[in-house]
Design a protein around this ligand. Structure first.
Ligand SMILES: Nc1ncnc2c1ncn2[C@@H]1O[C@H](COP(=O)(O)OP(=O)(O)OP(=O)(O)O)[C@@H](O)[C@H]1O
Length: 962
């Protein structure tokens, strides 16, 4: 086809397909076989396209980001091509919210350390070389193919090369290329890519200067540096003395520019700087890095207690920053010898005070994020690893917030996730992360082959961020004259403003605040004075700020004072608590002690009352004698003391738990039965005694209540051991003629109550008539009470244990008084009176005999088993009368009991009996043996020979009977 023919065809096609008028000039390609790319625009920037000669190099590049390139804002004529998207704050004059894209910058850290650079022939030369090495496509476009190959060889060391001022090419290392077939990728859309040889000044000019300019116009903004560990974030933000970073450069510009401002406008600046870190990975904490900084707290998105230090020139600001950097948490890792372990936030605050109106506050925030770390790369372990987790987590949350914002902006139906809640940093930067305020990101990367993974991850993660838009509410508010934005700055707690009118106002203010805080006037004024002094030392050229600062200090001092007061109270409270605790313990101890004492008392009482012998709580009732005799009640205080008619009376007591009973089985009513009733009462019934002697039963039974025991060798008192009741002591009323009773004495007989643990002992015997004892008493127990001689003389089975056993048994005896062999002497004792006064157990023989007094004609008791030493008369009597009968027991006197001297005590019958006998001097009459064993009788006779008898025997020897 001829050229003319081609042109004609094109013309026809255009006429038929396009309704638009035909352009004046039409370019027709000579080579029709090649598809022409759509021409975006005649004014499109000259995008350098790699020539075909570089096809071998770009073989692996998957696709050229043509769409991204096409979406780039086309710079207007005259605009610097290196600033394609620099914001123009004055561009928008409408009242609608200013919407702009998030600016993302990329800075590549040089591969070689700066020192090496210097050694290799100077920074300028090296920078040139570095640029030549990495800045693509300039290298390829400008140099020859041989040099290109060389460059590529060298670039084998680097994974990242600059594609153009807005894009980079990420090439995997050879190993990965071959094994995983990973291809090179182009990442574009950056606001600006800073090649490794970019200076700090360049970066500042392109990246931060526009923000600072806006800041000076009252617009807040934020720059955040993000990237892997050791990629140069801190270097970019703070720099070094030789290469000052963004913050110092910004400060310089701020003060330089504000100097030339309108004199009507007072502008003051302050700096606050703090860090957020996590000690050992546990929780996040914020610390103020300013000179007097302490730990900070955060409420919602507001940091509380953060100090704002007023600065009047850049130098002040720089030195403040330098000091803060010394306080910042850093650590050594394989990736960075001085790796930041915290997120650092610097706020440069600007307060504009115009003469007639309150100006707009603006904040320029610069954030140096701690770099994301891979364990393999950093070699972190232990605490460092925990810190890494915190750092990575914060980076992740930061990224999630931006992603969520992007998705929400793409599809407004998708709710904006509240990822910001997951870290302090994102909480603090909430407004920025929710697209309400302008934000700028700078990504720093290392271009080394070993950094491929880190770099790739960062680029992949960050490349969508560029599409995020900010609806700059703040800016539109300013334009509308709306001052709400001042409140919209949540970062630093605004101190309360206070109105002052000269010096006179000072004490008033102090007082007022004191009242407010609940402090005394003196304290308040003192604090206020302190505050004023402190304030006075501060350099402040700006009255508004000075006032603000002063008020802030006042509040701070008050807070401290209150804190101290609270601390003191807290300490006092603790002391009081500990005192209460100790008192409680004492109380518990005392209670326990009193319980124990109570128990002891109970035990003692029960011991004293011998109540155990009768079913637990039951009282022991002792009957000593017949209707004329004494009724003694042992034990329970609940026993109502009454006059007792032994034949019909009953004693009542509460607390008796056992079943009452009556000894119905007893055939005779001459026995005293102690029994208990159901319902807690007990009663004492006089039922007489059922005293029978095995051999003289008939005599005993027939003799009714008057038992003549003269012929009885043994009297057995029947123990009515019915099921639920016990016979207490049963003492037969033994009536005998005094003259018939030659010798008698009382001993204890051990009663063994089967249902009770305690035994009671009461024995009465008359030498001449035998023994009165309980049938139920085991022979062993009885044996323990009696001596061998007794047994022999009384015809009892011999005991293997003899005296020792007796002594042993004696020690545990609870003894009831023995029944006296009553007779005339009894009547001498004013029995009527005695019978109306029952004795307590403690006064009963043998335990308390020693304590008995002789009063009202009552004879003193003689404890035959344990005679008191003081009573010689009785002891003597016993010896004289019963030297061979009475068990050889050493008298034992309980000294503790001696102390108690009851006034009037009832005498045990036994003692009376003994006394009576001693008085009667009836020794010889004992010679009438009642034993039914002749041999024994003889032996006794031999032993008990009296003088009369000896004389009689002599006579018989001299004159033997025929
Ligand atoms: N553009 C640069 N030019 C020269 N030196 C640089 C550059 N970027 C970084 N460095 C040097 O690299 C080292 C590590 O940089 P820097 O501490 O800023 O890394 P970082 O990203 O802050 O690391 P981290 O997250 O662990 O704190 C420093 O010694 C710094 O001087």
């Amino acid at each position: 086809m001829s050229l003319r023919g081609e042109v004609a065809q094109v013309s026809v096609e255009m006429e038929t397909k396009s309704p638009l008028p035909c352009p004046n000039t039409v370019t027709v390609r000579r080579n029709p076989h090649r598809r022409a790319r759509p021409t975006p625009s005649t004014t499109a920037p000259q995008i350098p396209v790699p020539s075909s000669s570089s096809s071998t190099i770009d073989r692996d590049i998957p696709s050229f980001p043509i769409q991204d390139i096409l979406s780039i804002e086309i710079p207007q004529k005259g605009q610097s091509p290196t600033k394609p998207d620099l914001p123009s704050s004055s561009s928008s004059s409408t009242d609608a919210p200013v919407s702009e894209n998030l600016r993302v910058y990329l800075r590549i850290r040089p591969l070689l350390p700066p020192k090496a650079t210097v050694r290799n022939g100077g920074a300028g030369e090296q920078n040139h070389r570095s640029r030549a090495k990495n800045a693509w496509p300039q290298n390829l476009a400008n140099k020859g193919s041989a040099r290109d190959k060389n460059a590529m060889k060298k670039s084998g060391e680097a994974c990242l090369t600059v594609n153009d001022f807005q894009s980079v090419i990420l090439s995997p290392p050879l190993a990965l290329k071959e094994s995983k077939r990973i291809k090179s990728e182009v990442y574009g859309g950056f606001s600006q890519v800073f090649p490794p040889d970019s200076s700090q000044g360049e970066v500042y000019e392109r990246m931060l200067k526009p923000l600072v300019e806006d800041f000076l116009k009252g617009k807040s903004g934020m720059l955040a540096a993000s990237g892997p560990s050791g990629s140069g974030k801190t270097h970019t933000v703070f720099g070094s003395p030789r290469e000052p970073g963004m913050v110092p450069l910004a400060l310089q510009q701020i003060f330089k520019q504000s100097e030339g401002n309108n004199s009507e406008t007072f502008r003051s600046f302050s700096i606050s700087i703090f860090e957020i870190n996590s000690e050992r990975g546990k929780g996040e904490k914020a610390y103020d890095l300013s000179p007097d900084g302490t730990e900070l707290s955060m409420q919602q998105s507001t940091i509380k207690g953060l100090q704002e230090v007023v600065i009047s020139d850049a130098g002040q600001g720089e030195s403040l920053i330098a000091r803060a950097m010394l306080k910042r948490a850093t650590g050594m890792t394989n990736a960075n010898s001085q790796s930041s372990r915290s997120q650092c936030i610097i706020n440069i605050n600007s307060v504009v005070n115009k003469v007639d109106e309150v100006g707009n506050n603006a904040v320029l925030t610069i954030v140096d994020l701690a770099g994301a770390e891979r364990e393999k790369r950093t070699g972190n372990q232990g605490t460092r690893l925990l810190e890494s987790n915190f750092i990575n987590n914060t980076s992740m949350v930061f990224g999630l917030c931006l992603r969520s914002l992007l998705e929400h902006q793409k599809n407004p139906k998708k709710p904006l996730q509240k990822h910001f809640q997951n870290s302090l940093l994102t909480k603090y930067l909430r407004d920025y992360l929710e697209g309400k305020k302008r934000m700028t990101l700078i990504l720093t990367v290392r271009a080394g082959a070993e950094d491929y993974l880190d770099t790739s991850y960062l680029l992949k993660q960050a490349s969508p961020y560029m599409k995020i838009k900010f609806n700059n509410v703040e800016e539109s508010s300013i334009k509308n004259g709306n001052k709400r934005h001042v409140q919209a700055l949540p970062r630093v707690e605004q101190p309360k403003r206070m109105k002052l009118s000269g010096l006179e106002a000072q004490p008033e203010e102090g007082k007022c605040i004191g009242e407010e805080q609940g402090l005394s006037e003196e304290e308040a004024s003192q604090i206020f004075r302190l505050d004023v002094n402190e304030n006075a030392t501060r350099k402040s050229d700006f009255p508004g700020l000075a006032e603000k600062e002063r008020n802030h200090q006042i509040m701070q001092n008050f807070t401290k004072a209150i804190w101290n007061v609270l601390k003191e109270y807290n300490q006092k409270l603790k002391v009081a608590e500990s005192e209460i605790q100790s008192l409680k313990e004492n109380l518990t101890n005392e209670k326990t002690r009193s319980l124990e004492l109570g128990k002891e008392l109970e035990d003692l009482k029960s011991c004293c009352t011998c109540s155990k012998g009768l079913h637990g709580d039951a009282s022991l009732v002792k009957i000593c004698t017949s209707s004329e005799s004494i009724v003694e009640l042992n034990g329970s205080n609940n026993v109502e003391e009454k006059d007792v008619d032994l034949h019909s009376s009953s004693l009542r007591a509460s607390n008796c738990n056992d079943t009452l009973g009556k000894c119905d089985s007893c055939p005779r009513q001459d026995k005293y039965v102690f029994s208990q009733e159901k319902g807690g009462n007990f009663s004492l019934k006089l039922s007489g005694f059922n005293c029978v002697d095995n051999k003289q039963e008939s005599d005993a039974t027939e003799s009714s209540s008057d038992v003549d025991i003269r012929n009885a060798s043994r009297f057995c008192v029947e123990n009515c051991n019915q099921q639920n009741y016990q016979v207490g002591d049963i003492y037969p009323k033994i009536r005998h003629d005094l003259g018939d009773l030659n010798e008698s004495k009382s001993l204890g007989v051990k009663y063994n109550y089967p249902d009770a643990n305690v035994t009671e002992v009461a024995i009465s015997y008359s030498r001449s008539h035998g023994i009165v004892r309980d049938d139920s008493c085991s022979s062993v127990e009885l044996d323990q009470l009696l001596t061998k001689e007794d047994k022999e003389s009384w015809d009892l089975p011999p005991s293997p244990k003899e005296d020792a056993a007796f002594t042993q048994a004696r020690s545990g005896l609870d003894v009831l008084d023995s029944e006296p062999i009553s007779g005339t002497p009894y009547r001498d004792l004013n029995l009527e009176k005695l019978s109306r006064k029952p004795l307590l157990a403690s006064s009963i023989w043998p335990r308390d005999c020693s304590a008995l007094d002789v009063e009202d004609g009552i004879m003193e008791p003689v404890d035959l088993l344990d005679p008191p030493q003081s009573q010689k008369e009785k002891v003597t009597f016993t010896k004289e009368c019963d030297a061979d009968v009475v068990p050889n027991i050493e008298p034992r006197v309980d000294s503790s009991r001696k102390l108690e001297k009851p006034k009037r005590r009832l005498l045990p019958a036994s003692s009376i009996l003994v006394r009576d006998f001693s008085a009667l001097g009836v020794v010889d009459d004992v010679e009438k043996p009642k034993s039914n064993r002749p041999g024994r009788k003889l032996a006794m006779d031999e032993r008990k020979t009296t003088q009369g008898r000896i004389a009689l025997l002599r006579l018989l020897k001299i004159n033997p009977p025929p």
